[in-house]
Write a protein that binds this ligand. Structure first.
Ligand code: HEM
Length: 539
């Protein structure tokens, strides 16, 4: 045998040499073991200290391109977990990126426990990430996986199954003709909402808007997806069961779960009891959604007509296209989570700004009065209300419902950026849309609510075409519900302003624009205001 090969293979020499080196002849000598432990600790600390981005970026992961990705080192083991937990993550990340000189705004690496993450606060890099075919997957949190979302559109990995779901949803749920076909029902939901607001106004004098918007929003999605609506004014046990399940699901999906980033922690620390609660929720969801599916099967309703709901469509699929019952439940259930809170919370932000900016509210009312008059507003008329649309865009700019674009992306292979940086495979990427929409390099007076900025040549495509304001994301995983979301919010704001003048209850309920980031970014203190009925009431 080649003696040089023997030499290079003999790696055990250090076990014999080390004790001798430390003045002992036994490897199990406590002193030797202690020295070994200290050496390993020092090695780990040195590796951490010289890894920009922190623990998850060791071994030069951040230096794969001609330009290294900068980033904070964070703490050993935990990385930047504690820093992010200290405040609102989008604000913390924005100020960290601006405080650190250099390229941090373009791309910043950090570690969430053992998870390597990058975040951009810059539109060019944001576009490259969101439109890259190698960033078409999402990381799936423990709660999302346990709640069966792994097979739903938002979390299914990029591939044939996901493409199939997107195609069905784009054609049959989100296509303009489908949205138009549900217009009458949307009007019915907003009529119920306006009545409930009138009733509360008559009894309390003020109205807390969120629950009314959430009810309308739930019915909006339940109607177009499940073909089912509820009368929230009556005590309805089925509606209450649904609301309870939705609230529990939102809490579980929105909660920060430490073991998503430190998997070993799940054995010793699970303050939210995530797995237990998810496992308790799943059978209730199966029963509820499964029950609706059975009703549809018994009714044998036709999925082909435009008025049909999404369940009808999915049930009408034949052969390979047909989804299993579990997949059906996952897809349908996800729509409630994606579609209800976002629209309700965005409307609440828009209304809060209108209460604070009475001049803007007066202009919205004037525009409605001029174009629509005192009659029920149609979708076609909403499309002509340019100032109203600018108000909603400005609300999206100042208060994007997903400030970090909600659900991150995951790289499936190394991604080369035009600035020379390379994001390695298996990295979670976030776009700090909030930082971009509050950056004075892209927006004049970024902290001010000025809808006029979108008029007279200043218009911006918010549907993913212009990354200075892309609250629905961009690229192949852009939000498929963006048109439905915009149509709904524009119509609600128009109707709320057409029917009431909204003023602040300065003494008892001053408006506070503080945020809290759950599944979406919401007003920490829900908006309570005084709706003064206009002298006509249309809905
Ligand atoms: C104001 C309203 C809404 C906002 C701001 C919003 C925002 C977003 C964002 C930021 C994403 C991630 C996009 C990306 O990764 O590039 C997303 C994905 C998604 N949204 Fe929305 N959304 C809204 C309304 C809706 C509605 C009404 C529905 C359905 C009823 C919906 C269904 C979805 C789905 C299914 C996905 C996952 C798409 C995929 O991964 O392929 N959204 N949304």
């Amino acid at each position: 045998m080649d003696s040089s090969a023997m030499l290079s293979k003999d790696t055990t020499w250090c076990f014999f040499a080390l004790p001798a080196f430390l003045g002992s002849n036994n490897l199990l000598d406590p002193f030797v073991l202690f020295s070994l432990f200290i050496s390993l600790l020092i090695l780990a600390l040195l590796t951490w200290a010289f890894s920009p981005g922190g623990v998850a970026w060791k071994n030069g992961r951040n230096k794969m391109g001609s330009v290294p990705i900068p980033g904070p080192i964070g703490l050993p083991v935990f990385g930047s977990l504690f820093t992010l937990r200290r405040g609102l993550p989008h604000r913390v990340l924005a100020s960290t990126a601006s405080a650190r000189a250099g390229l941090n705004k373009q791309l910043m690496a950090f570690s969430l426990g053992s998870t390597p993450v990058v975040v951009t606060s810059e539109p060019v890099v944001a576009r490259e990430i969101l439109t890259s075919p190698h960033f078409a997957d999402r990381p799936v949190k423990l709660s999302a996986r346990t709640l069966m979302f792994g097979r739903a559109i938002g979390f299914a990995p990029n591939g044939a199954y996901w493409r199939h779901l997107r195609r069905i949803a784009s054609t049959h749920l989100f296509a303009p003709r489908r949205i138009a076909a549900h217009e009458t029902r949307r009007h019915a939901d907003s009529a119920a909402m306006l009545h409930a607001i009138s009733t509360e106004q008559a009894t309390r004098g003020v109205v807390t808007l969120r629950k009314h918007l959430q009810n309308a929003s739930l019915n909006n999605i339940m109607g177009s997806v499940f073909g089912k609506r509820f009368d929230f004014a009556r005590d309805n046990s089925e509606a209450n069961e649904l609301k309870e399940m939705v609230a529990e699901g939102f809490e579980l999906l929105g909660a920060f779960n430490w073991s998503d980033y430190l998997p070993w922690l799940s054995y010793v620390y699970d303050p939210y009891q995530t797995v237990k609660r998810c496992e308790a929720l799943v059978p209730r969801v199966r029963r509820f959604v499964g029950g609706i599916i059975k009703e549809h099967m018994m009714n044998e309703s036709s999925g082909a007509c435009d008025n049909g709901d999404f369940v009808d469509i999915l049930l009408s699929m034949e052969g390979d296209e047909r989804l299993s019952e579990d997949d059906l439940i996952a897809v349908l259930w996800e729509m409630i989570f994606r579609g209800t809170d976002t629209t309700a919370l965005l409307t609440e932000w828009a209304m809060a700004e209108l209460v604070l900016h009475q001049d803007v509210q007066a202009k919205v009312y004037q525009e409605i009065h001029h174009i629509v008059g005192n009659k029920n507003i149609t979708d076609a008329e909403v499309a002509k209300l340019h100032y109203l649309q600018a108000v909603v865009k400005e609300a999206l700019r100042l208060h994007p419902p997903g400030p970090l674009l909600s659900w991150a992306r995951l790289s499936t292979s190394d991604v080369h950026l035009s600035n020379g940086m390379v994001i390695p495979a298996n990295t979670t990427a976030m776009v700090n849309m909030w930082a971009i929409t509050h950056d004075s390099n892209f927006w004049e007076d970024p902290q001010e609510f000025k809808p006029g900025r979108f008029l007279g040549g200043g218009d911006v495509d918010v549907r993913g075409g212009d990354l200075r304001l892309a609250p629905f994301g961009a690229g192949r995983r852009v939000c498929p519900g963006k048109n439905l979301g915009l149509v709904t919010v524009n119509m609600w704001v128009a109707k709320l302003v057409q029917n009431f003048k909204w003023v602040q209850d300065v003494a008892k309920n001053p408006i506070d624009l503080a945020e809290v980031l759950k599944l979406s970014c919401e007003m920490k203190i829900p908006l309570t205001a005084v709706p003064i009925p206009r002298n006509h009431f249309v809905h």
